[in-house]
Design a protein around this ligand. Structure first.
Ligand code: GRF
Length: 186
């Protein structure tokens, strides 16, 4: 049985948001860390801490085939909420349907502004006073599902995309666990 308070965290890389979700977990459990990249840095961190992990290289695997395998592993761990944390692979419509309303993501902009990539550069270029991050529900449309929470980060004179990214990332690590605590219990 899927339990919404058992969270499956999906990563592809360094996994700094995954670490924040694990370390600040309250009201939910990190039931599984899964990756489509066997060499993702974050996987090793999770293994060392004794978390359940699963990985399968998605290279050359049809999108839905990969997603079906991942979904059954999530079910084996009785996951009920899927948290994307730098998962760099578009999910198949099948997976989004199978987990409808139970997949969340963190995006480094104040949605609906700047869906997609290069969010910090676009915010600076536009002369925005604030950048920030959003936690949202994942739907078939990229970065377009219901926003569950946001954090604003002031853009300072002389900010580069890199300097802004650093401060927004710190804000992500506060926001994501906080929003997930509520969402896992709703
Ligand atoms: C973060 O910028 C997050 O907003 C975006 O992907 C990046 C993941 O970084 N969705 P990390 O792997 O959590 O460190």
């Amino acid at each position: 049985m899927r339990d919404p308070r058992r969270v499956g965290i999906l990563i592809s890389g360094r996994g700094s948001n995954m670490r924040a979700l694990v370390e600040k977990a309250s009201g939910y459990e990190s039931a599984l860390v899964a990756s489509n990249k066997p060499d993702a840095e974050g996987l090793e961190w999770a293994r060392v801490r004794g978390l359940q992990t699963w990985t399968l290289s998605s290279k050359g695997v049809a999108r839905e085939d990969f997603d079906r395998k991942m979904s059954s592993v999530l079910d084996n761990h009785r996951v009920g909420t899927v948290a994307l944390a730098g998962f760099m692979r578009i999910l198949s419509p099948w997976f989004v349907g199978e987990w409808r309303g139970r997949i969340v993501n963190i995006h480094p902009s104040l949605l609906p502004k700047y869906r997609g990539l290069d969010t910090h550069a676009r915010a600076i270029e536009a002369g925005d006073v604030f950048g920030g991050c959003s936690v949202h529900i994942v739907t078939e449309e990229l970065d377009a599902g219901e926003v569950l929470g946001q954090a604003e980060v002031a853009i300072e004179p002389g900010d580069t995309p890199q300097s802004l990214e650093e401060r927004v990332l710190a804000a992500e690590h506060e926001l994501y666990p906080r929003v997930l605590s509520k969402f896992a219990n709703r």
